[in-house]
Ligand binder design. Structure first.
Ligand SMILES: [Ca+2]
Length: 86
């Protein structure tokens, strides 16, 4: 019984660690941001919080000087993360 409780506890811990530390990186890879852009403090490493910050973004289309542009912004605080114009 104790062994089963330990196994379930370890499984829960593994799931939580995966959710908080691995999922943001997977979402960052699928986002329009590069690793260098996601490294906000330019430390050379993208921390889980930086990855989560960039992974949770919104996009807004707008026109600037006749060009179609897209602004990516952080859902957390609304700050502009990136602008792309074509
Ligand atoms: Ca960093």
């Amino acid at each position: 019984m104790v062994r089963k409780i330990i196994m379930v506890t370890l499984a829960v811990i593994l799931i939580m660690l995966t959710w908080f530390y691995l999922v943001p990186y997977i979402r960052l890879v699928a986002s329009p941001f590069s690793w260098a852009e996601a490294d906000r403090d330019k430390s050379g490493f993208v921390s889980p919080s930086e990855a989560a910050y960039f992974a949770e973004c919104g996009r807004r289309a707008y026109t600037e000087d006749g060009k179609n542009c897209i602004e990516y912004y952080a859902l957390k605080d609304g700050l502009t993360l990136k602008k792309e114009c074509k």
